[in-house]
Design a protein around this ligand. Structure first.
Ligand SMILES: Nc1nc2c(ncn2[C@@H]2O[C@H](COP(=O)(O)OP(=O)(O)O)[C@@H](O)[C@H]2O)c(=O)[nH]1
Ligand SMILES: Nc1ncnc2c1ncn2[C@@H]1O[C@H](COP(=O)(O)OP(=O)(O)O)[C@@H](O)[C@H]1O
Length: 205
């Protein structure tokens, strides 16, 4: 049977740079398949349905929850976000690696159902820098920024549940660290496969 692909999950506090790092990673890497999420938030200027997200109404999203079409979902700043189950399962079964970029609550739910995934926590160089990034983006009010920072501190407490911590000091360096993790995980699995073959004897070759 063909070996399954590896599921990589990139997560971390709001404003740390998940989206930025993920986009850069995909500009450089064609072997990973990005799982496009479903959301009820309105598209931003320039965003396209089916490329950035699958944009749905609340009712459509709730139907997807009911029909068990999502691996996980979370409500984040008033909107739903979720990961389509069929796409992820089919792609992994075809032996391809899948990459999710999701917030912390969702990542913890994926950990429960798919513990064999590789969980990567993107970490800010400092809380001060995290605050700067959230403010720099200019999309949030003072109060929302304060709430997001409080939330970020709670999210940082979750980092022990992850397999890897990647500091996002510079985008390029963070991308390189993630690429190294992808390579390491493949080597680990190849080694396991070889040991397995050896244990069963040479008639498998
Ligand atoms: N749980 C979960 N979170 C998601 C999913 N897709 C995106 N997110 C997260 O939702 C949060 C908000 O995303 P978005 O509205 O695009 O804003 P931005 O990434 O903060 O610019 C980010 O932390 C994303 O990583 C998903 O399928 N499930
Ligand atoms: N390594 C970095 N150095 C400086 N600024 C960064 C870095 N990574 C991301 N940013 C900036 O931080 C802000 C938040 O990034 P974003 O990708 O939207 O975060 P998230 O998806 O985690 O909420 C954006 O303005 C982005 O340009």
């Amino acid at each position: 049977m063909e070996e399954k692909g590896i599921l990589f999950i990139l997560s971390g506090p709001s404003g740390v740079g998940k989206g930025t790092v993920r986009k850069q990673l995909f500009e450089e890497d064609s072997d990973l398949q990005y799982s496009i999420s479903v959301t009820t938030r309105a598209p931003r200027e320039g965003e396209q349905d089916g490329t950035d997200y699958f944009f749905k109404s609340r009712e459509q999203f709730e139907n997807m929850i009911e029909n068990d079409e999502l691996i996980e979902y979370a409500e984040y700043v008033g909107n739903y976000y979720g990961t389509p189950k069929q796409y992820v399962e089919d792609t992994l079964n075809q032996g391809k690696d899948v990459f999710l970029e999701i917030e912390v609550q969702g990542a913890m739910k994926v950990r429960e159902s798919l513990p064999e995934g590789v969980f990567i926590f993107l970490f800010p160089p400092s809380l001060e820098e995290l605050k700067n990034r959230i403010m720099h983006r200019g999309t949030e009010s003072e109060e929302l920024i304060r709430n997001r920072l409080l939330e970020a501190k709670k999210e940082i407490d979750m980092m022990d549940a992850y397999d890897y911590v990647v500091v996002n000091d510079e985008i390029e360096r963070a991308v390189r660290r993630i690429q190294s993790i992808v390579v390491s995980e493949h080597c680990k699995r190849e080694r396991v496969a070889k040991q397995y073959k050896k244990a069963l004897g040479s008639d498998l070759s």
